[in-house]
Each structure stands twice: as C-alpha cells, then as structure tokens.
Design a protein around this ligand. Structure first.
Ligand code: HEC
Length: 110
C-alpha cells in the first residue's frame, strides 16, 4: 500500500509542474486582455461594446481572424493596424503570445 502511494507521488508532482504554468498563463492572459483589449473587443472577443462598434473592431472569434496565422495576428497586436493600437511597447512579447492563445480559446468557446 505504502509503496503504491509513493509511486504516485512523482506522477502527482509531474502533473502539478505541467498544469500550473498552463493554468497560470491562461489567468495572466485573461488579466492582460481585460486591462488592454476588453474596451474594444469585449469580454468575449465579439467587439460588441460601445467603443468596439464605434471603431469597427473585428470579432476576434470570427473565421476572418482565426484563419490568420499566429505570426500575422501577433504583428497586428504588436504594431497595430488602422484603429487598433500598437501594443508592442506596452506588452511583453511573451505576454502577446499568451494573448494570442487566449484569443484562440475565446474562439473555441463561441
Ligand atoms: C481602441 C480599441 C482597441 C483596443 C484597445 C484593442 N483593439 Fe484590437 N482591434 C481594434 C480594431 C478597430 C481592429 C480592426 C483593425 C483594422 O481595421 O484592421 C482590431 C483588430 C485586432 C486584431 C486583428 C483581427 C483581424 O481579423 O485581423 C487582433 C488580433 C486584435 N485586434 C487583438 C487585440 C488585442 C489582443 C488587444 C489587447 C492587447 C486589442 N486588440 C486591443 C481595436 C482595438
């Protein structure tokens, strides 16, 4: 019995080590999104906010957005385009990567 439990410990540790960064990355991204993006793109990415509608923010969950490559979307977020502000100076590259993953998750939730 004791031996079995001991054998489970490495598996449990491994699971925690793998899952914690994934979950915390997602929480980070949600926070960064809320602070910087929600005003125009809405909590769900739809762009259904007063500012979003006024600026014609795209629905980030749409096929038009989702079919674009990670590289293309990263570039829009860092360098901006049209009324979309550039965030390259404000948000770290690794956080932009997290935001991108978050946008893909929003689309999957639609
Ligand atoms: C001031 C309003 C505003 C804010 C804040 C904003 N966006 Fe945008 N975003 C826009 C608009 C408007 C567009 C459409 C740009 C265009 O006309 O090409 C856009 C486009 C995009 C696109 C490209 C969509 C496509 O289909 O090409 C992505 C990705 C994006 N935004 C992500 C973000 C992220 C991530 C944040 C937060 C870091 C953010 N936006 C914050 C207004 C905003």
């Amino acid at each position: 019995m004791r031996v079995r439990i001991l054998r489970l410990i490495p598996a449990a540790i491994f699971t925690c080590l793998v899952l914690t960064p994934v979950l915390s990355a997602q929480m980070d991204a949600a926070k960064i999104y809320k602070t910087n993006c929600e005003l125009c793109h809405g909590p769900d990415g739809s762009g259904n906010t007063g500012t979003g509608k006024a600026m014609h923010a795209r629905d980030l969950r749409s096929d038009e957005t989702q079919k674009q490559s990670d590289a293309a979307l990263t570039e829009v977020i860092s360098k901006g385009r049209g009324k979309m502000p550039a965030f390259g100076k404000k948000i770290k590259p690794e956080d932009i990567t997290k935001l991108l993953a978050y946008i893909r998750i929003l689309a999957a939730k639609k």
